[in-house]
Design a protein around this ligand. Sequence first.
Ligand code: FAD
Length: 515
Amino acid sequence: MATKLLLTFAICRLIVTVGLTLEPTELLHLGVDGQLSLHPSDVESASRDFGLLTRAQPLAVLHPSSALDVARLVKAAYGSDHGFTVSARGHGHSINGQAQTPNGVVVQMSGNGVGPRPRVWAGDMYVDVWGGELWIDVLRSTLAYGLAPKSWTDYLYLSVGGTLSNAGISGQAFNHGPQISNVHELDVVTGKGELMTCSEEQNSELFHAVLGGLGQFGIITRARISLEPAPQRVRWIRVLYSNFSAFTRDQEYLISLNGSQKFDYVEGFVIVDEGLINNWRSSFFSPRNPVKISSLGSNNGGVLYCLEVTRNYHESTAASVDQEVEALLKKLNFIPTSVFTTDLPYVDFLDRVHKSELKLRSKGLWEVPHPWLNLFVPKSKIDDFNRGVFKGILGNKKTSGPILIYPMNKNKWDEKSSVVTPDEQVFYLVAFLRSALDNGEESQRLEYLSEQNRQILRFCDDDGINVKQYLPHYTTQEEWRDHFGSKWDGFHQMKKKFDPRHILASGQRIFRPTF
Ligand code: FAD
C-alpha cells in the first residue's frame, strides 16, 4: 500500500513537473514490479557520482525488478506526448554526471536484489549477468565453477552495463582486448522501449553500437560474458625505470609477445613526486625495502616510471613460475636493484583497489571531488607527451593521485564498436586519477587540478598529439563530432534508429532531448 502511495505521488510529481499528458492511472498500470521511488535518499544518491563535480536531481528513481520494468518505463517515456528522459545508473562511478538526468527518471540498475542472479554456463564458458551486476559479484559467481572473466577493470565495484558502455580496460587488455571485446550477446532496452537481444549474428548493428556506446542506444539488461579457467594465484612484480624510452620499449615488447610465455597483465605508472609512494595503490612498496626511491630518480628530474606485471598460475604449476618470470624479466632494462615481488591469491589481486578504497574511506579521502582525466595517446607521440606533461606541466609537482600509463594493441579492439581510439596499432592509456582536497595546499585544490587538466589538453592540441579521451567528457556537439571523427555519422545514424527522441543517457550531453 505504502509503495503504491509513493508511486502515485512520484507519478503526480512527474506529471506536474514535466507536463505529461498521461493520466496517473496509466502510469500506475505500467505494472512495474519494482519500485518507482521519490524517496529523498534515492533522489540524492542518483543526483551525485564519484566525481562529485556535478549534481543533477532526477524526479524519480526506478528500482527495476526485471528487464520488462525497464522496457515499460522507457516505452512510457517514448510514447508520451511530452516525453521525459531516462538514464541507467550502475554504481554511479562516473566523473562528470554521465548517469545523471535532471528532471527525468534514473533507472538504478545496481543494488541489492535488483535483477536476476548471474547464471554460469560452465560447459559453454560464459556467464549471463544482469546489466547492473557489479564485476566483483560476477567474479564471485563464476569462481564457484572455477571460472572467471578474462578482461577486467582495476576496480571491481563497477557495473557491467557501466563499463561496457565505455570499454572496460586494465592490464589484461593488451592480450584479451577490453571488456567490450569479451561479450557474446546482450539484451538491450532501446530508446523506443523495445527489449532486443543482439550479438554479432543477431541485430548486430545494435550490438556494436551499444558496446562503448556511452548509454546512447539502449539500456543493457543482460550481458553474456566470456570466461576462462580461473587462475589460483598471481606473482606480482614491480620494477622501476628512470629512462622513459627504456620503460616504454619494454612495455611495448611485453605486449607484442605471443604464445604462452608472456605476462598476463601489463600496466605501469609514473612517479612524479615521492608523495605517491605513500598514496593509494602503492602499499606494495614496503617501507622496509632497502631501495631509496628518491635516489633512483635523482638524475632524471625526479621522474620515475614503474612497470607492473603479473603472471597467473595454478598451485599445481607453482614450481615453474619462478623460472618463467625470471626468463621474461631477463629481457627487460629496468634498474636492477628495483625489483619488488609479491605473491597472492587471484581474487586478492583483482580486488586490490578495494583495499585502498577502504583505507581512503577511513581517512575521509574517498568521497572528495575527483577531477580525473583519461587519455588514449598514440605510441608515436608518447615521448612528446612525457616531455611536455610528466616532466613539463607536472614536473616535480604534487600529482594528487596515481598516474597510470600502459600500452594496448588496437587489433584487440573491435573497430565496429562505438568506442574511439587513436589511429595507430599501439596506443597508451594515460590516466590522471586525482583527488582534490579543499583544505589542502593550493596544488591539491579542485580548481588547480582542473586547470592542469585543461593545460594538458591544450598542450596535446598545440603539439599535434592526437589524443582521444577515454570516459570522454564534452559539453558541445561540435566537440563530440570531433571526438568521434569518422565514426560520428554512424553514431548519429544509430541514435536516430534506436533512440530517436534522445531519451537515454542525456547526462553524456551528446544529444539534446527532442521534447
Ligand atoms: P555509471 O557511472 O553508473 O554509468 C556510466 C554511464 O553508463 C552512464 O552514461 C550511464 O547512463 C551508462 N550506463 C550505466 N549502466 C548502464 C546500462 N546497464 N546500460 C546502458 N548504459 C548504462 N574504467 C576502466 O575501464 N578501467 C578501470 O580500471 C577503471 N577503474 C575505475 C576505478 C574507480 C575507483 C572509478 C571510480 C572508476 C573506474 N573506471 C575504470 C571507470 C568506470 O569504468 C566508468 O566510470 C564506468 O562507467 C563506471 O561504471 P558504473 O557502473 O558506476 O557506471
